[in-house]
Design a protein around this ligand. Structure first.
Ligand code: FE2
Length: 452
């Protein structure tokens, strides 16, 4: 969360919650007011819901968790619940449902929000687990921001004129080009996950010790320029770089470059939010699936980091032996630390945000692009589903790969050093890139012997 929910002062906590809910709603409005009603009800891709579905679903979840579960209120429109149950209707089906039209969806969302703010004024923020530390309110602010990211993906898939704009990130710092290509993360145990972050979701819990062998990690995410070298070197044509499932998918789907890239006049161009332009070489590569990230890593003689490696690189401080909330420390993310919150509608150049660097020296672990890891989405030891099985538990297993760190599209409230995202290894429309790693144990042993 962006401020400290561990604050014992209920007045401050209420203020914090109201601020996070308002920030989420401002994003939601920005993403839905910039297009007309026809655009809101249309399905821009079978992978996504119509924007108007997200809008009413956000309100419906807020009503369900806050007004009904926390406040004990009667349903406002019980008949619409099944329409907005994500488990009842897959995205491809949603445009054919009798959804609330845009004006009604907006009215419903603002009615729910008004009642939630009344509830927040008097609700106890201690006692039951659902309200302690404002958890349910924090969960709903995160849920809305997660849908704001989903809606931004819909905007990316939408055809037509540009509807969104934002200031670009600044140029990279002077030292960006001279950074070492990789950083060493020392071996040994560290504390992964959390038991005390008040708004952490069930899959981030509990805190547990994990032993990680020493490894090298890319200092920055893989750039578009580096990825273009993989393409130019025939990376997509050489089966040896791909896992069997990855190669099969590459063949079937005809993968030849990141999604939204095309070749124009001898150079790569990329379409983003309705604008086509040359691919910026220094920008972290985006819109590659797990199979592509994994193939690139093999081509580079490296591998994807495991989830535990990623989190150790992002949170472990070898000086104190403690695990931080964020790479830079325990302070909430500020604009100097990371590219988050759709402040810029693109990743910043590789090497940006030195103030957000981890103790290892790695940069941009938080924000810019989600980073694919080698790991399947699995429960931590001691996991228990909370507050409902469908949040995480039903997704555990080998079908999904874990992504870490958040993207430029993610709000600070839904981005922590412990935050876990997951998706299918074929997924490309999400704001995902990656960085690579390699084992360090053998080299360190050799170095140690050589140094004796
Ligand atoms: Fe949802």
């Amino acid at each position: 969360m962006t401020a400290d929910a561990q604050t014992p002062d209920p007045g401050k906590l209420r203020e914090l919650i109201a601020g996070e809910l308002a920030a989420a709603r401002a994003r939601t409005s920005g993403l839905t007011d910039c297009v007309d009603d026809d655009d809101l009800v249309r399905q821009h891709s079978p992978l996504m819901s119509p924007l108007v579905w997200d809008l009413a679903h956000i309100a419906n979840q807020e009503e369900l968790w806050l007004l009904r579960n926390v406040g004990g209120r009667e349903p406002i429109h019980p008949e619409i619940d099944p329409l907005y149950d994500a488990f009842e209707h897959p995205r491809s089906e949603r445009p054919s449902l009798p959804l609330l039209p845009p004006a009604e969806a907006r009215r419903y969302a603002s009615e729910v929000r008004g009642r939630v703010l009344d509830l927040l004024d008097g609700a106890p923020l201690a006692g039951s687990r659902l309200v302690t530390g404002g958890f349910a309110f924090g969960m709903i602010a995160q849920h809305e921001q997660q849908h704001d990211e989903t809606m931004l993906i819909t905007h990316q898939l939408r055809r037509g004129d540009r509807a969104l704009s934002a200031a670009p990130p600044g140029p990279p710092p002077a030292d960006a080009l001279g950074l070492p290509t990789e950083v060493l993360v020392p071996g040994g145990p560290f504390t992964m996950g959390t038991s005390d972050e008040p708004w952490a979701l069930d899959n981030e819990r509990p805190a547990h010790r994990v032993d990680v062998a020493p490894f090298f990690l890319d200092t920055v995410p893989v750039t578009s320029a580096a990825y273009a070298q993989f393409i130019a070197d025939g990376g997509y044509d050489e089966q040896r770089w791909w896992t069997p499932a990855g190669w099969e998918h590459r063949q079937q789907a005809g993968l030849a470059a990141p999604r939204f890239w095309s070749r124009e006049g001898g150079q790569w161009v990329r379409t983003r939010f309705g604008v086509t332009e040359p691919v910026p070489p220094a920008e972290p590569v985006l819109h590659v699936c797990w199979y592509e990230a994994d193939a690139y890593a093999r081509w580079a003689g490296r591998r994807l980091p495991t989830e535990a490696e990623w989190e150790k690189a992002a949170r472990f401080d070898p000086v104190t032996g403690l695990t931080r909330r964020y790479p830079w420390g325990d302070a909430p993310p500020g604009p100097q630390h990371a590219n988050l919150g759709q402040r810029h509608l693109q990743p910043a150049p590789a090497g940006s945000y030195p103030a957000g660097a981890a103790p290892s020296g790695a940069r941009q672990l938080i924000g810019d692009v989600w980073e694919w890891t080698a790991s399947d989405f699995l429960p931590y030891p001691g996991f228990s589903a909370w507050p409902y099985r469908e949040y995480s538990e039903v997704f555990f297993g080998g079908e999904y790969k874990v992504l870490r760190g958040g993207s430029f599209a993610v709000s600070p409230v839904a981005c922590r050093g412990t935050f876990r995202n997951w998706d299918y290894p074929v997924r490309r429309q999400i704001f995902a890139g990656f960085r690579t790693a390699r084992d360090a144990a053998a080299e360190l042993r050799y170095g140690w012997e050589a140094g004796r």
